[in-house]
Design a protein around this ligand. Structure first.
Ligand SMILES: [Zn+2]
Length: 244
């Protein structure tokens, strides 16, 4: 049985009480992707594992790691960045919880995805300074889908491959449709050339450059949410959250 002490860098994406005084923490690590680990005695007063394993903390964690079992064991944890500014405002925490829920529910354990981790960390930093949280989350969702291998097709019709007159979007077809093909999908909706180009720009722009870009984000966010639920096969993704 492989069982070794490993040092990882990870974001705490969830935690819940475990047995009398311990917690299970769900980490999204650079090295191994999602990992679940027991932090023994974490809820006892004065535990060394207190501060570094709060939700949304980026920490360096030493683990007893074995791929054969579901729960790993935390040996040590050192806080790198608490993302403390998120706690200033309820909406910031709500926005951050969309990011952590996606990481937790759309990934498997031991499936590293550094691009997704870096996107999440950048997005968490941007939340407190964002002028439009829905735009930021729509961009996060779109880019996260591409890092998960489910990027919507935005540059050509998903049916006939034409690059002309792209005006519609279909979740089921996985992207845009041209004016000749839109009837081939029952769920196609008209976004117009402006809506489609907003979609394309959000995908192309680095997420930290979005503040300069104005977009009609309510429609995009709702479409991306439907897209993520359908293509990631998580029908109740974000279903328990208050609307942002
Ligand atoms: Zn077409």
């Amino acid at each position: 049985m492989e069982k070794r002490l490993k040092r990882v860098r990870g974001l705490v994406i969830n935690k819940y009480p475990y047995r009398e005084s311990s917690d299970v923490v769900v980490l999204f690590t650079a090295e191994y992707g999602k990992i679940k680990a027991v932090a023994k005695g974490r809820r006892r007063p004065g535990s060394r594992l207190g501060a570094a394993l709060e939700n949304f903390c980026l920490s360096e964690i030493v683990l007893y790691l074995s791929r054969d079992r579901e729960l790993q064991i935390v040996k040590e944890a050192q806080l790198l960045d608490p993302h403390a500014e998120l706690a200033r405002n309820y909406r910031f925490l709500l926005g951050a919880s969309y990011i952590s829920e996606l990481l937790e529910r759309a990934t498997e354990v031991f499936s590293p995805n550094r691009a997704l981790l870096e996107l999440a960390l950048t997005s968490l930093k941007l939340i407190p300074e964002s002028d439009d949280l829905k735009k930021l989350l729509a961009a996060f969702l779109l880019k996260a889908l591409s890092h998960l291998g489910h990027m919507p097709v935005l540059d050509r019709c998903t049916v006939c491959k034409s690059r002309e007159k792209l005006l519609y979007f279909s979740v089921e077809k996985g992207g845009v449709l041209c004016e000749n093909c839109w009837k081939s999908a029952e769920d196609s909706i008209m976004l117009g050339s402006k809506g489609i180009s907003e979609f394309q720009r959000i995908l192309k722009l680095p997420i930290n450059k979005l503040n300069r870009f104005k977009a009609e984000t309510d429609v995009l966010f709702d479409l991306l949410l439907k897209f993520a639920r359908y293509h990631l096969e998580i029908p109740d993704l974000f279903a328990r959250k208050v609307d942002i």
